[in-house]
Structures are given as structure tokens and as C-alpha cells.
Design a protein around this ligand. Structure first.
Ligand code: DUC
Ligand code: ZN
Ligand code: ZN
Ligand code: ZN
Length: 484
């Protein structure tokens, strides 16, 4: 059975042109004028683009004493409702747990996915077992990215020596490290001080994580990556301090990628002040929202290409879950949603305002991500042979974002009331129509795990456990005279 997307304008990361697209067996088989097939999807006055890829989501994630409420079923339905056709989730071993056992848990959770997905592996502890298992993770399990939390002290955080060792291991295996860049020691000490002073409300969350803690950690991770000889991906870049470190590294010739979230582009720190407790707690995420200057820096980075992609860090908790922290902001589960709204918001507030071109929109929501995560051109492309993960984008469809009508399983939406114009008329996952205007046609389990191959080994690295740095030993004829 073949399908033809007819009458649309194809928009890729570098081209805009009128053409039909023919699909068979889940792949694009022909691009050209006047195509016909068994089924036709009308794309008149629409843009045909690669489906969004969200490189950063946490579905049914065990975190801060609970689990994020959107699981692979509701999370991937929310994704396709907003034109996202692939998500990358974080496989999170408990400290001491085998990485391979953690993958089994994630494999079990993800069988309900309605669109394709992949995993990053988190390094939550460090010893020889982890070092050894990383090879299997990369070579057999198809996971070529390792996440390091520089915050969440006493829980997920890794120290610099562990990070340096893991980064070197990544370099050797052709994998790329990711960092959640916040100085966890400083955050913990500021949290303790704020709580001791009686600042226990959600605004304490923002006060305890100023841009400086992110800037410091980003600089540190970049320097450690440079010493280890690996590229680096900085998740949820939220402020100028972090962006500045990334710009500088790029200028020096390093492969360092920054990922702003749609939440940080759209929402600012006023969400934490002079609002009721629930309103602010629902917006507690790490890093917290920033002021307008930081938002301008992020938009500028997307335009200039110093920031590479837009993600969500979708980690959705209900109001009831947020209230775990009612007398202590450090216990409010960190995380917000956005999977469903990322593309429509970025289109409305990025493309329609002239801040981004349509081609830049495709780059930062899909193609750049596919390239950086070694998924291109299977994903992120409108090319013959690519997976038919496509959106037929109707720039005239509009709605007002509201929790009442969302697909996500939580009881509020941090973008409530925002108007968007530009929505998918069709979303296709490997050729299957999973959304037609507002009607979801998803199938649980249609989504498949996508393996990602190692990167070409471009960096020199050491290969054995604890053989970290081997300095040259200098033989000298004698000891220096005392007093020198
Ligand atoms: N930040 C969040 O807000 N939630 C999940 C994990 C993270 O780093
Ligand atoms: Zn994070
Ligand atoms: Zn995250
Ligand atoms: Zn309108």
C-alpha cells in the first residue's frame, strides 16, 4: 500500500520547494511532481516537514520519591498530537544497578510507545562494572550517549573524577557524553540556607539555582570534555552564562552542543513570584525559568547556530505530586511538560514572529538533533530512503493551549492560555497516519526502539580501567639544592 502526500511545500533544514512525497513500507520512496498512490493525503497550502524529534524526555521516570506521570503511552500520544514523531528518553540505573538491568526495565516500560524512540544512558554511579558495561551498551544495545548529572547531590550526581573517567570511556567507545550542568554542591548549600531562613516556598527553588551555578558547571564540563577528547552535549541550556561557555568552546573548535527548552524560551522567572503556590510549584523544574535577558540570549543562539536544538525535558507531574513539597521546596518533584506544545509554540513565537526561518525551525526541532544523535538520514530528513516520519503542517490551524483538551495525562499545562497558530494537519509515524487534525489514530506498540551506532572514533583516548593519565616521567641528574 502506497501513500502520496500531495500538493504541499516541502521544507527541510536547507530547502523549500513544492513537491509530492510517496511512501511505501514506512519509507519515503519517491519525491517529485504529480505522484499517485493507493491513498492520498491532501497537503494543499501546507508545509511537509520531517517530524519533530524530542531529544530529551523522561517518561514514567522514577524521581524524587515518585514517577513522572506521562508514561510511554500517554507521552508518545502527546508527542504525535503536536507533530513530534520520535522521542529520546533517559535510561536511569539506580545507584549500584547494572546498566544492562536498567535497559531491561526501560525496554519493558516502552512497549506501549506510539512513535519511535531511543534511549540515552545515565551514569548515576561509577566503578569497573559500569566502565565495562558501557561497551555493551554502545556496541550491542545501540545507545551512544551517556548522561551525567552534575546536580542532585546525594542522588544522581556524579563527581568530577567520575565524570572525567566516564568521558574518557565515551571517547574510546565512540560515544558522546551529555551533562545536566548545575553545580550540585552549591545548589545543596543554597537550599539548606534558604530552608534554614524559612524560605520554603517554590521561589526558593529559583533562588537556589541562579544562572551562575549553571554557567560554572557548563564551563567545567566543557573543560573536562576537552581534556578527555570528546564532544559534549549540554542539556537544557537556560541562561547566557551557559550559552557563553558553549559559544566560546565552539569558537575554539570543539564540538559542543547546547539544547534550550521550549519552556525556557517561552516562560520567565515571574512564574515563581507573586503567584499562588500551585501555580509556581507546577513550574518548578531544573534549571528554573530565567529573566528576559536570558531568554533573548537563547533565541539569539538558535538564530546564530551557537545553540543547536530545542527540546522539552518533558517530565510531567500532577498537582498532587507537586504538593509533596508543600512545606519544603526541595521536595517538589522537578519537571514540566511540553511534548505536545513544542512545535506549535516554536512555530508561533519563533517562525511567525520572524525570529526563525522555516528551515531553521526544521533544523532545531528535527534535523540537527538527528545529526547530533547519529540518527540522520533515517530520521530528520525528507529524502528517498528515509523513514516516513513526517508532518503536514497547516499554518492556518490554531488553538488555545488548555489542560482540558491536552493529551498529556496531567491536570494542568504550564502554557495554559497561550494561543498557537500552526499545527499538524497530519502526523505520520513510519508512514502510518497517527494524527489527522485533532483526531489521534495511534496504536500502542507501533513505536520501535531505534538503535544508534557509535560515532566515528575521532578522538584519541585511553582504553583501560584506571589508566587515566600517563604523564611523562622526567629523569633528572640530581636533586635541586635546598632553598630553590
Ligand atoms: N530537571 C527537571 O526539571 N526534571 C527532570 C530532571 C531534570 O534535570
Ligand atoms: Zn536535567
Ligand atoms: Zn532531563
Ligand atoms: Zn488566532
Amino acid at each position: 500500500m502506497s501513500t502520496v502526500i500531495k500538493g504541499g511545500t516541502i521544507v527541510t533544514a536547507d530547502l523549500t520547494y513544492k513537491s509530492d512525497v510517496k511512501i511505501e513500507d514506512g519509507k519515503i520512496i519517491e519525491i517529485g511532481p504529480d505522484l499517485s498512490g493507493d491513498e492520498t493525503l491532501d497537503a494543499t497550502d501546507c508545509f511537509v516537514m520531517p517530524g519533530g524529534i524530542d531529544p530529551h524526555v523522561h517518561l514514567e521516570m522514577p524521581f524524587m520519591g515518585t514517577y513522572s506521570t506521562d508514561d510511554f503511552a500517554s507521552g508518545t500520544r502527546a508527542a504525535v498530537a503536536g507533530g513530534t514523531t520520535m522521542v529520546v528518553d533517559f535510561c536511569l540505573p539506580d545507584p549500584g544497578q547494572s546498566l544492562l538491568d536498567a535497559i531491561k526495565r526501560w525496554d519493558n516500560k516502552s512497549t506501549s510507545a506510539a512513535c519511535d524512540y531511543s534511549f540515552h544512558m545515565a551514569i548515576t554511579w561509577w566503578d569497573k562494572q559500569v566502565f565495562d558495561e558501557m561497551e555493551t551498551v554502545v556496541k550491542e544495545k545501540g545507545i551512544n550517549t551517556f548522561k551525567h548529572f552534575m546536580a542532585y547531590k546525594g542522588a544522581l550526581m556524579v563527581n568530577d573524577d567520575e565524570m572525567f573517567a566516564s568521558f574518557q570511556r565515551c571517547a574510546e567507545l565512540g560515544a558522546m557524553p551529555l551533562v545536566h550542568a548545575e553545580n550540585g554542591d552549591v545548589v545543596a548549600s543554597m537550599q539548606a540556607k534558604l530552608m534554614a531562613e524559612g524560605n520554603n516556598g517554590p521561589e526558593g527553588h529559583a533562588y537556589s539555582r541562579p544562572p551562575e551555578v549553571e554557567g560554572e558547571a557548563t564551563n567545567r564540563a566543557i573543560m573536562i570534555a576537552d581534556m578527555a577528547g570528546v564532544p559534549l552535549y549540554v542539556v537544557h541550556t537556560s541562561c547566557e552564562q551557559s550559552h557563553e561557555a558553549i559559544r566560546r568552546a565552539k569558537q575554539k573548535g570543539m564540538r559542543v552542543y547546547g539544547e534550550p527548552l521550549i519552556q525556557h524560551l517561552m516562560l520567565d522567572e515571574s512564574e515563581y513570584f507573586d503567584k499562588d503556590w500551585d501555580h509556581s510549584a507546577r513550574r518548578v523544574m531544573s534549571p528554573p525559568f530565567r529573566n528576559r535577558q536570558h531568554q533573548d540570549s537563547l533565541w539569539a543562539g538558535l538564530q546564530a547556530g551557537t545553540l543547536s536544538c530545542v527540546a522539552t525535558d518533558h517530565c510531567a507531574f500532577t498537582t498532587e505530586q507537586k504538593r509533596y513539597g508543600v512545606n519544603d521546596f526541595t521536595k517538589i518533584p522537578n519537571g514540566t511538560g511540553g511534548l505536545e506544545d513544542r512545535l506549535p509554540l516554536l512555530w508561533t513565537y519563533g517562525v511567525s514572529t520572524g525570529r526563525l526561518t522555516m528551515n531553521e525551525f526544521v533544523a532545531v526541532t528535527s534535523t540537527n538533533i538527528a545529526k547530533i544523535l547519529n540518527l540522520y538520514p533515517k530520521k530528520g530528513a525528507v529524502l528517498v530512503g528515509a523513514d516516513a516520519d513526517l508532518i503536514v503542517w497547516d499554518p492556518t490551524l490554531e488553538k488555545t493551549i488548555a489542560a482540558d483538551t491536552q493529551v498529556s495525562a496531567i491536570d494542568y499545562n504550564v502554557f495554559e492560555g497561550k494561543h498557537v497558530k500552526g499545527l499538524p494537519r497530519f502526523t505520520l509515524s513510519r508512514g502510518k497516519v497517527v494524527l489527522e487534525e485533532t483526531t489521534l489514530k495511534t496504536e500502542e506498540g507501533h513505536g520501535k526502539f531505534v538503535k544508534r551506532a557509535p560515532y566515528p572514533a575521532v578522538n584519541k583516548a585511553l582504553s583501560t580501567w584506571k589508566d587515566l593519565v600517563a604523564p611523562r616521567k622526567i629523569e633528572r641528574a640530581g636533586i635541586p639544592p635546598s632553598g630553590v
